[in-house]
Ligand binder design. Structure first.
Ligand code: AMP
Length: 409
């Protein structure tokens, strides 16, 4: 597919050429015609996918010729605001549209002066935008298209109250575009109701949704993991529990420990023959074993109904595995509980998982358990790992809210 087929005007195609783009990226291919069509679009995409041009190009074309700010991009950081401005200015070069970015950390007056001169497409960070509004230097009463960029990051950074305030300043009748690496419940709670028949455009891997699963984290010293698990199982007596370990050796070891404690358990992993695996699985399904200990690779294919608990004895290193794991419970409309044992070494992994699912998982202590001295940092105390891939999430959540979905094959 080429840019010529997306429905863009000649002036914008000139902008595309000025950017040096030859062919649209998948998100551009999907989002541009939808935005031109006036649809609300939720783009599950992160920086690097070409999402900026995916909204800038059609927005420049779609907005009316009336005076005032007609398209507003709200973005979390000044770097992003600057980058979007740069792309938008080049894309708008052959049009008569005026583009301006306003953001904090820069002197107020020049931005206010530029804003007063007239802007068609405004790109802003939340705080500075609210300042400009409260000083009467900009009005949002003519906004036709709202673009929330990196919505998940705005949420992470605590901008949501500001975003809500901004939403109150713009007309209800508008087109909405929302871009986020993950589409979490928190995001949809704020903007979900203002979207009109939104189309979900997903780029990249999609994670399985996890809404029906009650998720809990149990912080524990590494030396007390097994003890805590045993206590948990004896205390809660869950009927059908799937426990994950990181390696097959740990699966075997854990299984024998559980048996020693009188907990009926079996294990499956790739070192066991197909027959042994089947026997374990059948025994688990028929209730002969209360617990099945497994590694990720074999667990993917497990289709057992009625699993009440999934326990991450080891937190997975790949955040997507977490979603796959806990998706084993709460099947067919049932609810389920997912418990993750968290040691100090796993906090990075947990942070990645929380980012993927778009929520922080509550931490709990097991009542009556004698905890050793422990110091398990909170997710916010560890930096995000650089270069770590973040996948998309929340697809079912979106679908439940009546989203149409488009997905590149
Ligand atoms: P973004 O996801 O918008 O931050 O874009 C990521 C990078 O991809 C930027 O350097 C863009 O200039 C570049 N880019 C965006 N769209 C295209 C395209 N259609 N062809 C080539 N490069 C692109």
């Amino acid at each position: 597919m080429s840019f010529n087929e997306l429905g863009l005007d000649k002036a914008l195609l000139e902008g595309v050429a000025a950017m040096g783009y030859e062919n649209p990226t998948p998100i551009q291919e999907q989002a541009i015609p939808l935005v031109l069509d006036g649809r609300d679009v939720v783009g599950c995409a992160q920086t690097g996918t070409g999402k900026t041009a995916a909204f800038v190009l059609p927005v420049l074309q779609r907005m009316s010729q009336k005076p005032g700010v007609k398209a507003l991009v709200v973005t979390p950081t000044r770097e992003l605001a600057g980058q979007i401005e740069e792309v938008a200015k080049i894309c708008a070069k052959a049009t008569s549209r005026r583009v301006l970015a306003v953001y904090g950390g820069m002197p107020y007056d020049p931005q206010a002066k530029a804003a007063r001169k007239g802007v068609d497409l405004l790109i802003a960070t939340p705080g500075r935008l609210l300042d400009l509004i409260s000083h009467g230097d900009i009005s949002l009463s003519h906004v036709e298209i709202l673009i929330l960029d990196e919505a998940d990051r705005m949420l992470d950074m605590g901008f949501w109250p500001d975003v809500r305030r901004i939403l109150r300043k713009i007309p209800d009748q508008r087109q909405n575009l929302l871009f986020s690496a993950t589409v979490s419940r928190a995001i949809l709670d704020v903007v979900g109701d203002t979207l009109i028949k939104p189309v979900l455009v997903e780029i990249g891997e999609r994670a399985t949704p996890v809404d029906e699963v009650e998720q809990k984290v149990f912080p524990v010293d590494v030396n007390q993991k097994t003890e805590l698990l045993v206590r948990f199982l004896k205390h809660h007596k869950p009927e059908r529990t799937l426990i994950f370990t990181r390696t097959k050796h740990r699966a075997d070891r854990l299984q024998s420990t559980l048996i020693k404690h009188g907990i009926k358990s079996t294990a499956i992993h790739s070192n066991r023959t197909q027959q042994q695996r089947q026997a374990a699985l059948d025994g688990f399904k028929q209730g002969r074993y209360q617990v099945l200990v497994a590694t990720d690779i074999v667990a993917r294919g497990i289709d057992v109904d009625g699993i009440s608990h999934v326990i991450n004895y080891d937190i997975p290193t790949n955040p997507e595995d977490y979603v796959h794991r806990i998706g084993r419970t709460a099947r067919a409309g049932a609810t389920g509980i997912a418990v993750s044992l968290l040691t100090a070494d796993d906090v990075h992994e947990l942070k990645d998982i929380e980012r993927l699912i778009g929520a922080t998982i509550d931490r709990h202590d097991l009542p009556g358990f004698e905890y050793a001295e422990r110091r398990i940092p909170h997710s916010s105390e560890v930096p995000r790992r650089p270069g770590k891939l973040v996948f998309n999430g929340g697809a079912r959540r979106a679908a439940q809210r009546g989203f149409t979905r488009t997905r590149k094959k």
